[in-house]
Design a protein around this ligand. Structure first.
Ligand code: BGC
Length: 406
């Protein structure tokens, strides 16, 4: 390989992988776990002739009992960073009552990561909410924001000296649109007004959480993980451009604009590209797809990174990955996306890290367990983790901090 051309990444670049608590830990009770078992949900799956067992998170990937195995995976990949989330409903199962055992679990996770020189990037909120918070009206009510801030304050005080990077919210636009606009996720609302209310409340949540975190730990670096989609005007026709611009504005800029004074870095999650023709989403059927039917479009990550340049902030890619049970496309996926990440860096985008989604196979929300996003495969019976060939490839990139041109 010595004479092969390589692309070097910046010094101290964070190579990582991401997960979220509800998708991997197992044994969590919250609005999602209740919804999975609701009559309405089970009837829906039955009508689609789907096996409802595959849509109940249950033990998920059993990480609550097997974090040491996850740590082995992280080490095998030579990662310098790991992004995971803390589950609010685990920490505060009842209003105002904090579960010290749950805190201990995360303390142990953080300690073990740090002992192995792996930087923890911690998400405070990755979608489900505690039952008591749901019953109070969840994010629809502005007065409920204070409860999330109390949880935030508690955690920041506990982990003040251990965690530098905090991600307050994961993908607020995705959450708001599936939970309040198309109603696919709990609490299954379908209302534009409620969607905007929730989006605006979440922006306030971030802004206030930012102030609290900084007041406790001035050195903390804070941001969100924002899923951006590359909306492309079909064939660059001038009549398609205004629609693409409008979607870009609402999906990307609206939220970022509201929190612009309270971000130390920008977190980018990139999965999707949509062509816009006559104001509608237009799919190109010839393109490569993942197991969930999502088009694989590596160029999009480059356009999204270039677009983020206008914010003049460091960028971290917190999610990028695909459902690929047979691991046929993941290696090329990683290679092609990283080439475009490198191109964006060489054109001046200050990218500080790349986190692949996901470390291990997990519970893919409404799609259940069949979507396999893991660098490691998880046996659904024994929970044994097994490295996929593409992950060996990724591990070498993480080790060498460079990409061999193929
Ligand atoms: C979410 C993850 C999810 C992934 C794949 C992201 O939008 O943050 O929780 O598993 O997409 O769908």
């Amino acid at each position: 390989m010595a004479n092969k051309k390589t692309l070097k990444f910046p010094k101290n670049f964070y190579w990582g992988a991401s997960t979220s608590s509800y998708q991997i830990e197992g044994g969590i009770v919250n609005d999602w776990s209740e919804w999975e078992k609701s009559e309405k949900r089970i009837k829906f799956l039955k009508n689609k002739k789907l096996n409802s067992k595959k849509f109940i998170s249950g033990k998920a990937s059993n990480s609550f009992e097997m974090f040491d195995k996850d740590l082995d995976c992280i080490k095998k990949l030579n990662l310098g960073a790991y992004r995971f989330s803390i589950e609010w409903s685990r920490i505060e199962p009842e209003k105002g009552v904090f579960d010290e055992k749950a805190i201990e679990y995360y303390r142990n996770v953080i300690k073990k990561l740090k002992n192995n020189n792996i930087e923890p990037f911690v998400t405070l909120y990755h979608w489900p909410v505690p039952l008591w918070f749901r019953d109070l009206g969840s994010w629809e009510k502005r007065k409920n924001i204070k409860y999330f801030l109390e949880y935030t304050e508690k955690l920041i005080k506990v982990f003040k000296n251990d965690v530098k990077f905090w991600i307050t919210l994961n993908e607020p636009m995705v959450y708001s649109s599936h939970s309040y606009l198309d109603g696919k996720w709990p609490p299954n609302r379908k209302s534009i007004i409620k969607t905007f209310k929730v989006v605006n409340n979440l922006a306030k949540v971030h802004n206030e959480a930012y102030e609290i975190i900084k007041s406790i730990n001035q050195k903390a670096q804070i941001g969100i993980a924002k899923q951006n989609i590359y909306f492309e005007a079909y064939k660059n026709r001038f009549w398609n451009k205004p629609f693409a611009k409008l979607l870009n504005y609402f999906w990307e800029d609206y939220f970022l604009e509201k929190i612009k004074n309270n971000q130390d870095f920008l977190g980018l999650n990139y999965y999707k590209h949509h062509r816009i023709k006559y104001g509608f989403l237009f799919k190109n059927k010839n393109k490569e797809k993942n197991d969930m039917g999502w088009e694989i479009y590596p160029e999009g990550i480059y356009y999204e990174l270039i677009d983020l340049k206008k914010h003049n902030k460091p960028v971290c890619i917190f999610e990028n990955g695909l459902a690929d049970a047979k691991d046929k496309k993941r290696k090329d996926f990683i290679y092609n996306h990283l080439r475009y990440v490198h191109k964006a860096i060489s054109e001046g985008v200050d990218v500080r890290g790349y986190f692949h989604w996901s470390l291990i196979d997990n519970f893919e929300w409404a799609e259940g367990f069949d979507a396999k996003f893991g660098l490691f495969e998880v046996d659904r019976k024994t929970y044994e983790r097994k490295i996929r060939p593409s992950a060996e490839y990724y591990a070498e990139i993480c080790r060498s901090n460079k990409l061999y041109i193929e």
